[in-house]
Design a binder for this molecule. Structure first.
Ligand code: CP
Length: 313
């Protein structure tokens, strides 16, 4: 049965972006996630603990993987739809943080505005985990790197290419990959590039470990030599008013068989899901032999359970 000593950089700490967490802490989370995946007998590490799961945006994978993972570790997930909370009727994030801290041992939140999650963490007396904001999706980034590592080893030195919108998943892949010494290249159109501050900070982290993070605008240049070709939805939650323009701009960035052929011969396709067949990826790719998306989705369960074990001990 997997057991751990919680990493001091994670014990009792919030996880909002991975940017401020040391590489060895992330590696220990990935190692524990591998153990949890291999061993169906999970420790009751969260016995007697309650964890609030606030969803202000829709979710399938994040909600189910957190809920199932917490239950398998013996804890009690308290799922809250944002619209059903007083938060949805104007109660402040500060007051919500203070009250929830009296009831639960940690708060997991999905919302568009990253500043809201930062504010929640500032005012809460318990750790806060970002379950997706417009800027970062750290739990997804951990699952992505776990999937790359189980396919190719390392993952130091492995190259991953992100193609499409330089969004939250792009940022979190860059940061998680950088912490593991990977090469992460984003191929994105002008106007939809990842945040240059995230790129700069991720590149600095990667270079300390022999890796690199950089951006190009040509999708074929991005995937050249890449072992993992990653894409995400072109119209993220909160961007719906830009749909027509985004579909036009991103059309050359579709991950199809031809783009996969331009990557390394053993490359796998990654996608956080949900996927949109014929838009950012074709069904033939993500349902095909080069797809790793189902492992990637499953790994959310293991990596989040490992993260909670480190945070809550
Ligand atoms: N990848 C991901 O976060 O999926 P959900 O939106 O279904 O949670």
């Amino acid at each position: 049965m997997p057991q751990i000593a919680p990493h001091p950089a994670l014990a009792g700490r919030s996880v909002l972006s991975l940017m401020n967490h040391p590489a060895d802490a992330v590696r220990e989370v990935l190692d524990l996630a591998d153990q949890l995946k291999a061993d169906p007998e999970w420790p009751q590490a969260l016995a007697g603990r309650s964890i609030a799961l606030i969803f202000e945006q829709p979710s399938t994978r994040t909600r189910v993987s957190f809920e199932v993972g917490i239950a398998r570790l013996g804890g009690h997930p308290v799922v809250l739809a944002g619209r059903d909370m007083q938060l949805g009727r104007g109660e402040t994030i500060e007051d919500t943080a203070k009250v929830l801290s009296r009831f639960v041992d940690a708060i997991v939140i999905r919302t568009v505005d990253h500043a809201k999650v930062v504010a929640l963490a500032e005012h809460a007396d318990v750790p806060v985990i970002n379950a997706l904001t417009h800027d970062h999706h750290p739990c997804q980034g951990l699952a992505d790197v776990m999937t790359i590592r189980e396919r190719f080893g390392g993952p130091a030195g492995v190259r991953a290419a992100y193609v499409g919108d330089g969004n939250n998943c792009c940022h979190s892949l860059m940061v998680a990959g950088a912490l593991m010494g990977m090469e992460v290249v984003a191929g994105c159109p002008d106007g939809y590039l990842p945040d240059p501050d995230v790129v700069e900070r991720a590149d600095a982290i990667a270079r300390e470990r022999g890796g690199r993070v950089w951006v190009v605008t040509d999708p074929r240049e991005a995937v050249d030599g890449a072992k993992a070709v990653y894409t995400d939805v072109w119209v993220s939650m909160g961007d719906e008013d830009q749909e027509a323009e985004r579909l036009r701009v991103f059309a050359p960035y579709r991950v199809d068989e031809a783009l996969m052929d331009a990557a390394a011969p053993d490359a796998v396709a990654l996608h956080p899901l949900p996927a949109h067949d014929g838009l950012e990826i074709t069904r033939s790719v993500y349902h095909g032999p080069r797809s790793a998306v189902w492992d990637e989705a499953e790994n959310r369960l293991h990596v989040q359970a490992a993260l909670l074990m480190h945070i809550l001990g």
